[in-house]
Ligand binder design. Structure first.
Ligand code: TYD
Length: 207
């Protein structure tokens, strides 16, 4: 089987982890070899970088430093985990990737879409995902779920304005990469969302 690299995107509180976990279980039951991973993280070096980025005590972190750390974590995760798995014929399902940086650092931190794309193209050697599924949730629903969280990391603690800009950033991402990204309405029931994602992946595999 040909390996594929699939990313799951969406704002905080859109349900990426729940969907990815259930999706991987369903694909495995069909005998499809899957690897479930996430960014920032997924391997030791990138999990270490994740701790630095998300630690609420790092209030001094500069926006460009943050963007570079996400890109560095991304690079290591790709080389160490994603590329070998895809080459071995597996379906890699990764929570968050490039598009998160474009939305959060490009728009949320206002570093600019093309500037953030530039440093990331260096990090990913122009490797775009084969498919990106965007979990589309009403901005307010996402924010409400976020405010219910017990522990809020450094980005969760950002202002409402920051999260508005992230949503705007995702809208730009959807416009620019309309071929690669498929939108799933995440306000449907969990079952419906998972089935919709599963269908997109099966279609890709059979393509
Ligand atoms: P994640 O673990 O997906 O958090 P959540 O479960 O809240 O969705 O990601 C941690 C945070 O990192 C999240 O607020 C989004 C942010 N992020 C960026 O700002 N840029 C990036 O490139 C990535 C991958 C994540």
């Amino acid at each position: 089987m040909k390996g594929r690299f699939i990313t799951l995107e969406g704002p905080d509180g859109s349900g990426k982890t729940t969907v990815a976990t259930a999706l991987c279980k369903r694909l495995e039951e069909k005998g499809i070899p899957v690897v479930h991973t996430r960014e920032p993280g997924g391997i030791e070096i990138s999990e270490d970088i994740r701790k630095i980025i998300l630690d609420p005590k790092n209030t001094m972190m500069d926006a460009k430093t943050e963007a570079l750390l996400y890109a560095a974590s991304r690079r290591q995760h790709l080389v160490e985990k994603v590329f070998p798995a895809v080459q071995a014929g597996k379906i890699v399902i990764c929570e968050r990737f490039l598009d998160s940086s474009l939305a959060y650092q490009g728009y949320g931190r206002q570093l600019g879409f093309d500037e953030v794309l530039g440093i990331n193209l260096f990090a990913i050697d122009n490797t775009y995902p084969d498919l990106t599924i965007y979990l589309d949730v009403d901005e307010q629903v996402g924010l409400d779920r976020l405010s219910d969280r017990q522990f809020k990391d450094r980005l969760d603690q950002e202002s409402i304005d920051f999260h508005h800009r992230v949503s705007e950033g995702y809208r730009e991402v959807l416009r620019r990469f309309s071929d690669r990204i498929k939108i799933v309405d995440a306000s449907m029931s969990k079952e419906e969302v998972i089935s919709a994602c599963e269908k997109l992946i099966i279609d890709l595999i059979n393509d």
